[in-house]
Design a protein around this ligand. Structure first.
Ligand SMILES: Cc1cc2nc3c(=O)[nH]c(=O)nc-3n(C[C@H](O)[C@H](O)[C@H](O)COP(=O)(O)O)c2cc1C
Length: 388
């Protein structure tokens, strides 16, 4: 078990997963991911969430070591997604006296996942603001519907001022990953929670009424210092405000000509003073990072080849994901390529037009196969319009 100190009474019992190919079957996790779970030891003992079945054995060992022969009184379930709820059945069978504390919605959904004996007698449905005393520790419950499932709640431990924040403030990466919090937390946030900015804002409003000294999320490091920084990032991300002044150039190229144009556009934007220009190959680079960067910066260039009277599919995937995550409040420029009847711009525009608060550059650059001098001139004009 990781030597992670929260306090004398609050113990970490989670596990790192460094062999997972894809988190939620779609996100690469080069530095793994942690499934966090905690125990509060007091007159009564509360276990705060379980973990993914991939690590149940390790979690059970950690739990037993921390319990040191005692028996838990409560399992608090903040979220039913299987990476956290996967081991509930094991726990419920092993500790038949323990109550299962969750939102009413979670208790209603629980039988969809597991058949738990005597659930009706064991389940304790808690409401907004309700408290559960463990002795000197008291848990207070706050509902967080659609952050990012409907049954989610968070818990505030009043004596030690700890927020158990469910998937909020989570991050990809095992706990021993030596990496910056912000980048992987941002990639996690926009790809997993991003669609629910309004609901995150509602939760942040509740959190603002609490004196929080520690945040214990269900993935990633326990946050103890400089909490204003993390909360500030969540305020920015959930409000759909750009975080940085910059441009993401996202391209979809079959044979390389659109790629050359996208790289030229990056060069032009930099020469014209763009503060930061990131570029991504939508066929090859991590799509989740492309989504992250699209939300991070205030401007986006979409460059794509035409394909079967439409757009090269990885661009459509990107635009679909952006739409699904509620992408908005940005400035966008479009470059298309085609050899006989270019159609990419029309399709890209049809997505952009459905997004909220987007300024779409009036000029569209159309390249016919390979980029020519006239295309470079057109891209320079487009860059001026984008940066204006
Ligand atoms: C399967 C396939 C379908 C295509 N469909 C179209 C099309 O509908 N209209 C068009 O103008 N060009 C179409 N093209 C041509 C490419 O869009 C064009 O050659 C473009 O310059 C490719 O840019 P790239 O070098 O970045 O891949 C198609 C190409 C392929 C391979």
């Amino acid at each position: 078990m990781k030597d992670i100190v929260i306090s004398d009474a609050v113990k970490y019992i989670g596990a790192d997963d460094k062999d997972l190919d894809l988190f939620e079957s779609q996100y690469i996790v080069p530095n793994g991911v942690s499934y966090n779970s905690y125990v509060i030891l007091d007159e009564k003992i509360a276990v705060m969430d379980t973990i993914d079945t991939r690590k149940t054995d390790e979690w059970k060992e950690n739990l037993e070591r921390v319990l040191d022969g005692r028996t838990p009184d409560y399992l608090v379930v903040s979220h039913l997604e299987p990476d956290h709820a996967g081991s509930i059945k094991e726990f419920a069978d092993k500790y038949p006296e323990a109550k299962i504390v969750a939102s009413a919605k979670a208790i209603a959904m629980l039988p969809q996942f597991f058949e738990i004996a005597d659930l009706a007698d064991r389940a304790v449905a808690v409401k907004e603001g309700e408290e559960l005393s463990l002795g000197s520790h008291t848990l207070q419950f706050f509902m967080a519907p659609m952050v990012h499932w409907p049954e989610v709640m968070v818990e505030y431990e009043k004596s030690e001022k700890i927020l158990f924040s469910a998937d909020g403030f989570g991050k990809f990466g095992a706990l021993d990953a030596d990496e910056d919090w912000t980048c992987e937390a941002r990639r996690y946030y926009f790809n997993i929670v991003g669609k629910y900015g309004a609901q995150v804002q509602a939760l942040l409003k509740k959190a603002a009424t609490l004196d929080i000294q520690t945040i214990c999320p269900l993935h990633g490091p326990i946050l103890k210092e400089n909490l204003g920084y993390y909360i500030g990032k969540y305020m920015t991300w959930s409000s759909y405000e750009p975080e940085d002044d910059g441009v993401l150039v996202a391209y979809a190229s079959i044979h390389g000509n659109t790629k050359k144009a996208a790289e030229k556009m990056k060069e032009i934007l930099e020469a014209k003073g763009a503060k930061k220009v990131a570029i991504t190959d939508l066929s090859r680079d991590d799509m989740a990072e492309a989504i992250e960067d699209a939300f991070r910066y205030d401007k986006l260039v979409l460059a794509a080849a035409s394909y079967d009277a439409s757009v090269f599919p990885c661009m459509e995937t990107f635009l679909n994901k952006l739409t699904n995550k509620n992408y908005q409040n940005r400035k966008i420029a479009i470059i298309e390529n085609g050899s006989w009847a270019p159609t990419a711009a029309r399709v890209m525009k049809s997505y952009v037009e459905k997004m909220k608060k987007i300024v779409l550059c009036e000029k569209t650059v159309t390249i016919k196969s390979a980029m020519k001098d006239a295309d470079v001139t057109a891209m320079e004009e487009l860059a001026d319009e984008l940066l204006a």
